[in-house]
Design a protein around this ligand. Structure first.
Ligand SMILES: [Zn+2]
Length: 242
């Protein structure tokens, strides 16, 4: 067998291994796809609960501050009452104090409702946090595992790439490029045997002239139908190989 053909067969073998390693590598992240989905779903829920909680915390502080201010106002008004001379002014002031107190009573109602929601929200937040952590720890642990697996594949791919370059250096650059092009376009099979006057890639019958040329084994020939590189294989060699 021609040296070039031997090299191309080796090249095809190494590239096929490279392809299968690449495809195994692509499957790795799928192992955690469900867990990732679950984690992200819970994380989204947690983050929106957190936002709601922060808002309620702010509302609560705001209400408390308002009530405090109004209370001070009432206290100041009460102190002023002592120095008022006329009844008319006195009653006007009392009325104002009562009105402020009423408004504050309303505010206190509102505060109670905010506090109720605040506590519920705090409880919900803790629940969601626990739910995220439950999945998150597992997810992060699995991701470490996945990263490790991916780097094993990367190392293997790197080694195969180096081997491929080494093999390819034994043939003409143009032929190597052409080979890669056929490999990509013909689903990873770029060089095939011609056996019983047929191309083993596309199973087309080859012309007797071409078959004769192939048997001479002195030049590279391609299949006129699928463009794969052909090499002659004697019928008795059939059972060996794969
Ligand atoms: Zn063919």
């Amino acid at each position: 067998m021609m040296e070039q053909v031997k090299v191309l067969i080796d090249l095809q073998e190494i590239m096929t291994r490279g392809r299968s390693v690449e495809s195994e590598k692509r499957k790795v992240p799928l192992e955690v796809a469900d867990l990732k989905g679950l984690f992200e779903e819970r994380e989204t829920k947690f983050l929106s609960a957190q936002q709601e909680f922060e808002q309620l915390k702010k509302d609560r502080r705001e209400k408390e501050r308002e009530i405090e201010e109004e209370r001070d106002k009432v206290e100041r008004a009460k102190a002023k009452l002592m120095s008022i001379k006329t009844n008319k002014e006195y009653y006007a002031m009392l009325k104002e104090i009562e009105a402020t107190k009423r408004i504050n009573a309303q505010r206190e109602e509102e505060l109670l409702s905010v506090m109720g929601r605040y506590e519920e929200s705090e409880k919900r937040l803790a629940e969601y946090k626990a739910a995220v952590d439950e999945v998150g720890d597992e997810y992060r642990a699995r991701m470490v595992d996945i990263d490790a697996k991916m780097s094993v594949f990367d190392r293997e791919i790197g080694a195969l790439e180096a081997k491929k370059a080494q093999i390819a250096s034994r043939i003409d650059k143009g032929l190597a490029r052409r080979f890669e092009m056929i490999f990509d376009r013909r689903d990873g099979i770029a060089i095939v045997a011609a056996r019983n006057q047929s191309c083993m890639g596309c199973h087309m019958n080859l012309s007797p002239q071409l078959f004769n040329l192939l048997q001479r084994d002195d030049r590279i020939h391609t299949c006129p139908n699928c463009n794969r590189i052909l090499y002659y294989e004697a019928p008795e060699a059939e059972p060996s190989g794969k």
